[in-house]
Design a protein around this ligand. Sequence first.
Ligand code: ADP
Ligand code: MG
Ligand code: ZN
Length: 642
Amino acid sequence: MAQKEDTSKPPGKRRSLMNWIYFALFALIFLPYILPSLTGTSPQEITWKYFEEQILPDRVVDKIEVVNNELADIYLKPDSLNKPKYRLLNQKNIFGASAGGPQYVIRIGSVDVFVRDLEKAQANVPQSQQIAVKYVKQENWLGNVLSWVLPFLLIIGLWFFLFRGITKTPGGTGAMSPFNFGKSRAVMTDKNTNSKITFKDVAGYDELKVEIMEVVEFLKKPENFTRLGAKIPRGVLLIGPPGTGKTLMAKAVAGEANVPFFSLSGPEFIEMFVGVGASRVRDLFEKAKNKAPSIIFIDEIDTIGRRRGRTVSIQVDDERESTLNQLLSEMDGFDEKTGVIVLAATNRADILDPALVRPGRFDRHIYLELPNKVEREAIFNVHLQPVKYDKSKVDIKLLAAQTPGFSGADIANVCNEAALIAVRQNKNIVDEMDFNEAIDKVVAGTEKKTLVISPREKEIISYHEAGHAITGWMLKNIDPLIKVSIIPRGKSLGSAWYLPEENKITTRAKFNDQLCAALGGRAAEALQFHEISSGALDDLEKATKLAYSMVALLGLDAKVGNVSFYDSTGMQEQTFQKPYSDSTAALIDEQVRNLLNGAFERASAILEKNHDKLDQLAKLLQEKEMVFREDIEKILGKKADG
Ligand code: ADP
Ligand code: MG
Ligand code: ZN
């Protein structure tokens, strides 16, 4: 379990503090409304006309106070309040005392007019009995203060509210408050942390484990290495496609290394407020240095480590850049004695800033590739441990063979999915059918059982898939097929599964065969129905991309020649400029089209020669919907080995 690094107040205490803050906020907002009922009565508002006609003649007015040149507060003589007419005004406040007034208030437009009117109205009253007018300036201090303070309070309230939300996000690791905002929220794992992941949980990658542990050994016993003048690496970068277990590997290092391990994900550096990233980096390194020897792990480092100064957007980049710069300078600040190693993971090593991967920073690169067959088997074994499956029927070797190109994460998904499928069918044990379905599901998205295909469509799809199968079977360089299906899945209609051999180098002949097999579906449609359909979109896309890479990237076309317009630095995509002339572009297009047309013709020729077999396989597909290798062999004979 991850453990919180900075021990802030326990959540209960924090909550009651929050409640007090909310209470104070509400009290301040509602105080102005509550106050009058506590201290006295609010005067009755009247017009000048009413005052002149109804009240003035009674001679009950004690004094008038003009407040802020806006209001005329009218105070009655205390004894007059006992008269029946005014008794109602003799209100008591909640303490039972008689309120002192004012009893009436007149909203006045202009003080001059008011005074003139008053004088006129009292023209025949003796001077000594005329009402005195006092001018007062009343500071509405509460209102004033509130108008200043309230916005701040609201902002702070909102702030707390937001942070409360953040703390609750999944994996929200630290107590967030406005006061530790610039602090990193790194999760620290050390030897006291239980339930840890170790190398046992990571299947395969044996050499990589040794390599990584060597780095950890550096950390623990630097003398052994510095003795002969070797430098301790500062940064180790784990590179590999998504789901290959980079994060898992780092967690396992944490479990094995027995040193404090701080982990944080790239996106966590960059949040909604500017300037946070850099200070979080600083804080993270500070913490790690205090606990040295220790390891820092930054997951998804490409979010902050992206090459600088290339993109068009400015706002986000500024923040990221300052975060990156801070990271770079922190890493420069280490020396052998610091005893901190930075581990990072990314699946986009190509976009990392060169400054980040130069010697002295992330100078060790460890590549995690997609697992091969043997490794997939090992990964299956890890993830099948908790699954109750039929050991007599489920062949793990076959599962591994059926899942080329799957990442570790995909395989974990297959195992879980298979168990779910078995549960859904109320089985007591997971069997091989469940695994097959799970693999299909992961390959091509959820099986669409409800998608209805008309008989005509089924016929077309069956010929299309049979076309792929037969061209592939007849071509020397195509991997043997394991099954063909016309059950629609995800966005593709039927599909054909191959068992690829895993080679690093592909010959031109093999590429050509691949193009041919990819277009075999469409060729079969054309042959059988003298018409082509929209069902070949996927095939066309794949074939077109393949052809382009043959011509423009791999130097496999005679006319275009031994050039490659591949750009491993990634600079090119930013400039939107092609590194070749218009005439070369036209030539590339032409050669791609020639390649594709040639492949289509080849596929057509193969199918024409085997039209009877095409019919047979298509019929069988329409009948069974899924045809396995044995049946294919019955129709087509053994595949000529490639
Ligand atoms: P990445 O960080 O490379 O994208 P993760 O480390 O998050 O991939 O891997 C996702 C999941 O895939 C892991 O939690 C684990 O279940 C599974 N997995 C990946 N590689 C392996 C492996 N070599 N052995 C066992 N499980 C693996
Ligand atoms: Mg990851
Ligand atoms: Zn197809």
